[in-house]
Design a protein around this ligand. Structure first.
Ligand code: PMP
Length: 285
């Protein structure tokens, strides 16, 4: 059976899963989304993802036309229908089809889409040896323009930085905020380790409040590691002992080089390895 995609209460074969060309999700990137993982058939932190989706939607004045409980059920049903145990789930809510004009009030029918599939974001070798990244010249959206806390369908800001990374031969790129502080990568949050302390930019640096980020902070505290959410600048990353990125798709991945500078001894460090192990254990619970 072809992969089944959920769209607003019905299932469609992958090739027939379509939305209107008048959908403002397509015309303007007007909508919100989530990327989640399932491990052994169970969605990791489903409630937290749904809460973030609802917050994103509320922030853009979009009413999701179902309850969180009903959407949770639909996510689990879609996974089961496709027989996916360890997979990736993309949840999308579009503004719906409307007129050719920005006015969201003329869109009648928000579409709720659930895609369940398999994902391997980065090759295994990069998890073992670490990533090389660059700092993009594209800064992260200013919070007062479009808050990075809103996970909207308009990801061009990140895509611009991703292109810079790819052109430099890197699969990820670091983005700074308008103050020149470290914000996050194009699809991942960033952490550094310095003298045994775990440091990461605070939410008000203008970043997505990553669910993997939260899990790592919690795991680090349980491991009695000192954790601080403090503003960081690029030189902090340059002189860090270790650096790693977190995200639902990427999970935890070491960074060993940034802007041609070697981080620590150029190998994934012990804190990164320990937190990765703890994270994998957590996903199996
Ligand atoms: N920052 C950005 C810009 C992202 O797109 C993502 C991935 N959704 C993350 C951080 C990581 O967030 P999470 O751990 O919730 O997947």
């Amino acid at each position: 059976m072809p992969l089944q995609i959920y769209i607003s209460g019905k299932y469609y074969d992958k090739e027939n899963a379509k939305v209107s060309v008048y959908d403002h999700g397509l015309l303007y990137g007007d909508g919100v989304f989530e990327g989640m993982r399932s491990y052994g058939g169970k969605v990791f932190r489903l409630k937290a993802h749904l809460e973030r989706l609802w917050d994103s939607a509320k922030a853009i004045w979009l009413a999701i036309p179902m309850t969180q409980e009903a959407l949770a059920q639909a996510v689990n049903d879609t996974l089961a229908k496709n027989g996916i145990k360890d997979g990736y789930i993309r949840l999308v809510v579009t503004r719906g089809a409307g007129a050719l004009g920005l006015d969201p009030n003329r869109c009648s029918d928000p579409q709720v889409i659930i895609i369940t599939d398999h994902i391997q974001l980065y090759p295994k070798e990069l998890y073992e040896n670490g990533l090389t990244i660059v700092t993009a010249s594209t800064i992260r959206n200013h919070s007062a323009a479009l808050s990075p806390r809103i996970k909207s369908l308009n990801y061009l800001n990140n895509i611009m930085a991703k292109i810079e990374g790819l052109q430099a031969g890197c699969v990820e790129a670091l983005m700074l905020n308008a103050k020149g502080e470290v914000a996050e990568c194009t699809g991942d949050n960033i952490f550094i380790v310095k003298r045994g302390k775990l440091l990461t930019p605070p939410i008000d640096a203008g970043i997505l409040e990553g669910i993997t980020r939260d899990a790592i902070i919690q795991l680090a505290r349980e491991a009695k590691l000192e954790v601080a959410e403090i503003p960081l600048v690029r030189p902090d990353v340059y002189v860090a002992d270790e650096c790693f990125l977190t995200g639902s798709a990427a999970e935890v991945i070491p960074v060993i080089k940034i802007d041609s500078r070697t981080i620590g001894d150029g190998k994934p460090g012990p804190v990164t390895k320990d937190l990765t192990k703890r994270f994998h254990q957590l996903t199996r619970e």
